[in-house]
Design a binder for this molecule. Sequence first.
Ligand code: TMP
Length: 214
Amino acid sequence: MHGKFITFEGGDGVGKSTQASLLEQRLRELGEKVYLTREPGGNELCEQIRELLKVSPKMDRICSLLLLFAARREHFVKTISPLLERGYFVICDRFYDSSLVYQGILEGIPIEAILELKRLTLQDFEPNLTLVLDMKAESSLHRLRSRRLIQDEYDALNIEGHNRIREGFRKIAETFSFRAVLIDAEGTKEAVHSRIFTTVEEKLSFGGAPVAID
Ligand code: TMP
């Protein structure tokens, strides 16, 4: 695949969506073909699955996991993969690391079972770069509360829950260090964007398609 797949990960309220769109804009300004998407969701059918997950927050946890991977497979086959083939930068707000943390570490589903589903649905496909946004649990909880973003069951977790999620994502960054980088998400959105962009420049090469000489 010619394109690059960049994922944003981290707990709720750390600023992933804002940073994903700032990166989208920046790459677009540089003349790159960019597509911003998210999980769960990302295309019509997958957004319907997101709605199902939202309306049934008390759904059985294995059922939620299977729906998340069903949506992920559909998103990968119909949206992500074709765009990468066409040379796009695809930026995804959350990907399978979120399942490892929320369904695995938080909900207690065995990690090996989740990795097995990952292999079944995505084979050896991995992001080219995963930006793990890291922030003190007190700060992310404060941000969620002040922005009235407490809307789903994970948002509503207390400080201990936010800490477990944070630790989970830190572990992801360590375990998948071949593709994942921990980003300090404290500070202004401009400061965080600048840290992110430096990492993207360092880890991925870009600057438009090479010009053919003959
Ligand atoms: P969002 O608010 O970042 O769009 O994510 C919606 C919620 O879904 C968030 O609380 C995390 C949760 N989630 C999982 O539990 N597992 C997953 O695999 C994904 C992608 C999200």
